[in-house]
Design a protein around this ligand. Structure first.
Ligand code: NDP
Length: 253
């Protein structure tokens, strides 16, 4: 059993690593998808890579959360439902919807994501099982948790809707790129990332926990630099790219 003090220390170190990683990712493009480069060592099939790297987030989380002695905690029920909704899709469904036939990603990217998802699944699952506040009795009417869950679902819908537009751009065995349109693509290059950030903000509002804050910060660390890279890539690849689009945050960035 980890003490709360040590557990919080782990979370703060994890947040610290995220903060240090942010400026690095602003300089170094994450080499998967359109930014894949072959000088990052061994490569793995893209779909298989996505499946293997996202699965630990689901399995490790559920493993640690299953250690709970209080399944009738309202916060626990909401948090496990939201996490499972997201990760059953991300790990088990999303990889098989990708139209990336013949594409590969560096094994190092897959392994670093396995590490990230393992730590993230552990801290969030462990906190819910061991450190969750005990006064969240089943169906207690906690407005904050309902608001948080609503924010999560709104983010999830934004993320899904725009990922679907992207996946729908490719017909047959095409693996090229086009300018995406529709929905929030009117104002953003990466509304799918915007939705993902909103989701994990909602998850943080539900639990108000340090590990959920860490995940929210890490989502910003991962996705803001990548959105800026995508945005610049669109502008350089497509001379007619809409000039008013921002990268990830409406009207801001
Ligand atoms: P991208 O937007 O880069 O790509 C999503 C899919 O759409 C890929 O299959 C990509 O193909 C394809 N695609 C993207 N743009 C175009 C286009 N203009 N024309 C045709 N096809 C296109 O997303 P990521 O791959 O970076 O991420 C996938 C999901 O994972 C997102 O929902 C994201 O929010 C989530 N994610 C979450 C993270 C977190 O920390 N919480 C971290 C990273 C991702 P290709 O791969 O060939 O480029």
């Amino acid at each position: 059993m980890i003490t709360l003090e040590n557990f919080n220390l782990i979370c703060w170190i994890w947040i610290g690593i995220g903060v240090v990683t942010f400026p690095i990712l602003l300089k170094v493009k994450q080499p998967y998808g359109r930014h894949t480069r072959k000088n990052w060592g061994a490569m793995i099939n893209n779909k298989l890579g996505w499946f293997l790297m996202e699965l630990p987030a689901l399995l490790v989380f559920l493993f640690f959360v299953s250690k709970t002695e209080n399944w009738f905690n309202f916060m626990l029920i909401i948090a496990v439902s939201l996490w499972s909704l997201h990760y059953v899709h991300r790990a088990v469904i999303f990889p098989f919807r990708l139209k990336t036939k013949g594409k590969k990603m560096p094994v190092i990217i897959m392994l670093s994501a396995v590490f990230f998802n393992t730590v993230n699944g552990f801290i969030n699952g462990y906190w819910l099982a061991k450190f969750i506040p005990e006064d969240n009795i089943l169906f207690s009417n906690d407005l904050r948790m309902v608001i948080g869950a609503t924010v999560f679902v709104i983010g999830f819908i934004i993320n899904q809707y725009h990922d679907q537009i992207l996946l729908g751009l490719r017909k047959g065995k095409d693996t090229g790129y086009q300018i995406p349109n529709g929905g929030m693509f009117k104002i953003l290059s990466c509304p799918n990332y915007f939705g993902e950030i909103i989701s994990w903000l909602g998850f943080f509002i539900v639990t108000l926990s340090l590990p959920a804050l860490a995940f929210f910060i890490w989502t910003l660390v991962n996705l803001v630099p990548r959105a800026l890279d995508h945005h610049r890539w669109y502008q350089s690849e497509f001379p007619d790219y809409p000039s008013k689009r921002k990268a990830i945050f409406p009207f801001l960035l």
